[in-house]
Design a protein around this ligand. Structure first.
Ligand code: GDP
Ligand code: MG
Length: 441
């Protein structure tokens, strides 16, 4: 719909009434899409008026051609927003920088702390975590578990109940040990309460963070505006991270939070795992919101995965250069793709892909197919995995190979059956991988 509307504008060679009508149609479509994604109504209206004000005179001036994609006058990714993004802290080596996380309970602070720590650690910085959440039982255990998994040093206490004292102790300890980045995880409450804001201010006074980050649940939609305003007043945070933008959250509320507080979003949380953190940039974000894909994000995501296991990727490249590619390599690559997170994350980055897969149901089907193929790989013998796949053709001339395979399989069959029984998340569809799905593979 959008594409058709835009091309109807560019089809006009002079500014006539029709062009202006076509522009209205485009703006209407875009506005509808933004509203469907939970962007604030007033903000959509303002943006629409701004686009009109900017585009119409240009149309007049040029008496031709569409200007809908003018880079310098993008009202959503305006200059002010760009400057704000540059100002957001980019930690450097050799200086202890403290980042303090604030937000409501369940927003994703603790999860995001570890993601952020991993992100900086991969870039060669020495990072540590401090748990100042003494409010929720089990908070320290959660941080401890996450930090251990990510191999990030941490500080916290089971007995100390004063969050101010703990955060100060932790920050002082890691400052003395010359850590580059010290991330302080604070507690939240279910609602914005005076008590929480008071605690936040006290911690800020004690540890003097270089940057305070508001963690915002992407699923809260329109409520983002009021919530971010309240936190801005209490903590004057300098950056926002929006979480849970995987799955069904629309994320338009995030834009409202930025508009209400003039504060940039720096990262997005797109899953529960360590690597599910994406750098934020306005253009691809809006483009995704409008269902227009995000190829840049896809590339970054792929690079991030390669960064996670550089040795394996290099090994793969060497093999490919030599022209070797076995079933096992295919299996590894499939695993890498599956590790990149829910398929819906990836497909929404490729323009038109979600439509092609027929919305959520289609994506589910694609994920099921991938799982099926993974099960097929799991049930293969070593010889099959290390082959180039040609032995599956059952070439009668290759009797020996077939015999060897069948023999090998008999032994392995039991083992596989036992293994897949033990798996929890086997969907019914995945179970029938043996009966006739090899065509799909
Ligand atoms: P906190 O109370 O602010 O510290 O929130 P937590 O970090 O404990 O997160 C609350 C829940 O949200 C946990 O179950 C997390 O696994 C989940 N969560 C956090 N970030 C994301 C995200 O980006 N995507 C998804 N799907 N879940 C997330
Ligand atoms: Mg927490």
């Amino acid at each position: 719909r959008l594409t058709a509307a835009i091309s109807s504008v560019s089809g006009h060679s002079a500014l006539d009434e029709q062009a202006s009508l076509a522009l209205d149609a485009v703006l209407k479509s875009v506005s509808a899409a933004l509203l469907e994604s939970d962007v604030n109504v007033a903000l959509v209206k303002r943006t629409r008026d701004r686009v009109k004000k900017q585009v119409l005179p240009q149309l007049e001036e040029l008496q031709a051609k569409s200007t809908s994609a003018n880079q310098d006058h993008d009202p959503l990714a305006g200059n002010k927003a760009k400057q704000l993004i540059h100002k957001a802290m980019q930690p450097v080596k050799g200086k202890s920088q403290v980042i303090m996380m604030v937000g409501l309970q369940g927003a994703g602070k603790t999860t995001t702390c570890t993601k952020l720590a991993t992100h900086y650690q991969r870039r060669g910085l020495k990072v540590a975590l401090v748990c100042a959440d003494t409010f929720r039982a089990g908070a320290f255990d959660q941080l401890k578990q996450n930090a251990t998994r990510a191999k990030v040093p941490f500080f916290g206490s089971y007995t100390e109940t004063d969050p101010v004292s703990i955060s100060l102790q932790g920050v002082q300890k890691f400052r003395a040990e010359r850590f580059d980045v010290i991330i302080v995880d604070t507690s939240g409450r279910h609602r914005q309460e005076t008590e929480l804001f008071h605690e936040m201010e006290q911690i800020q006074d004690a540890v003097e963070p270089d940057m305070t980050v508001l963690v915002l649940d992407g699923a809260i939609g329109q409520a983002a505006e009021a919530q971010s305003r309240a936190f801005k007043e209490a903590s004057n945070f300098g950056a926002i991270i929006v979480t849970k933008l995987d799955g069904h959250a629309k994320g338009g509320g995030a834009i409202s939070a930025v508009a209400a507080t003039s504060t940039p979003i720096i990262f997005l949380g797109v899953g529960e795992h360590l690597h599910d953190l994406e750098k934020f940039s306005p253009r691809p974000f809006v483009s995704k919101l409008l269902g227009m894909g995000d190829m840049q994000g896809l590339v970054e995501r792929a690079q991030e995965m390669a960064l996670a296991d550089p040795a394996r990727q290099e090994n793969m490249m060497k093999k490919l250069e030599k022209g070797e590619f076995t079933v096992r390599d295919l299996k590894d690559q499939l695993q890498t793709v599956m590790n990149m997170g829910p398929l819906s994350n990836l497909t929404s980055m490729i323009p038109g892909m979600s439509d092609m897969l027929g919305g959520a149901g289609g994506e589910g089907e694609a994920a099921r197919r991938m799982k099926r193929v993974a099960f097929i790989f799991d049930s293969m013998t070593t010889a099959e995995l290390d082959s180039d796949g040609s032995m599956f053709r059952d070439d009668p001339k290759d009797k020996k190979a077939i015999e060897a395979r069948d023999k090998d399989k008999k032994g392995k069959g039991k083992e596989v059956a036992a293994k897949s029984k033990g798996k929890e998340n086997v969907s019914p569809a995945a179970g029938d991988s043996s009966d006739g799905d090899s065509d799909e593979a």
